[in-house]
Design a protein around this ligand. Sequence first.
Ligand code: NI
Length: 257
Amino acid sequence: MIFDTHAHYTDGQFDEDRDELLSGMSKNNVGLILNACSSLDEMPDILKIAEKYPFVYAAVGIHPEAVLTATDGYLDRIRDFAKHEKVKAIGEIGLDYYWTTEAKADQQRILGEQIDLARELNMPVIIHDREAHKDTLDILKEHKVYECGGVFHCYSGSAEMVREIINELDMYIAFGGTVTFKNANKPREAAKAVPLDRLLIETDSPYLAPTPYRGKRNSSLYLPEVITMLSELHGTAYEEIEKITFENGKKLFNITE
Ligand code: NI
């Protein structure tokens, strides 16, 4: 069975066929999905999906592109949502200097506050790091992320940084469609450097569909393309990658079913 550890099934691109698609997951070998959250306005919809489908779990958090929505009391709102039994992580949270360079200080503060909350709640974090590798690592270290654990989602750093994340922060690293792209040598080198017991897979649906679906709407049904690539990179059987990434995800997100 496949575990898609990062998706956005609340996205409007799924409005037409969300139920049809999610209802068909288990017969297509997708056993678990974790829906990530970008802003708290989304949470009622995220929880509705998690309540309807036993195999869909949820995260809660504020994405760096939504820092302006982190108004007074936002941590209390996250704390409340996190009490829901299907909420298994704080995320996605992080730094994004690609789109929003002007709000760096706010992004850094809100990331630190959300990691502290994750430690308080003893929940793992889901980290978004785009063009902000050094600052992200510094904040994760300063806020002792190794005490709650977490994952770098849609990893875009180097193979050297993989070693730092694993040895110093004790985190997992997730790969999605980008490892299948033509000329994606850097993500492929990084994926090779991740020990199997630290590897996760994800889609970031509806974004980042793998080759040969690149540019189309992504869904968990395309994950076999990612597993195939990781299996080639690691010289490990497809079934083994599928199984180990499923078990790694269950362990990180404390899913006991
Ligand atoms: Ni995402």
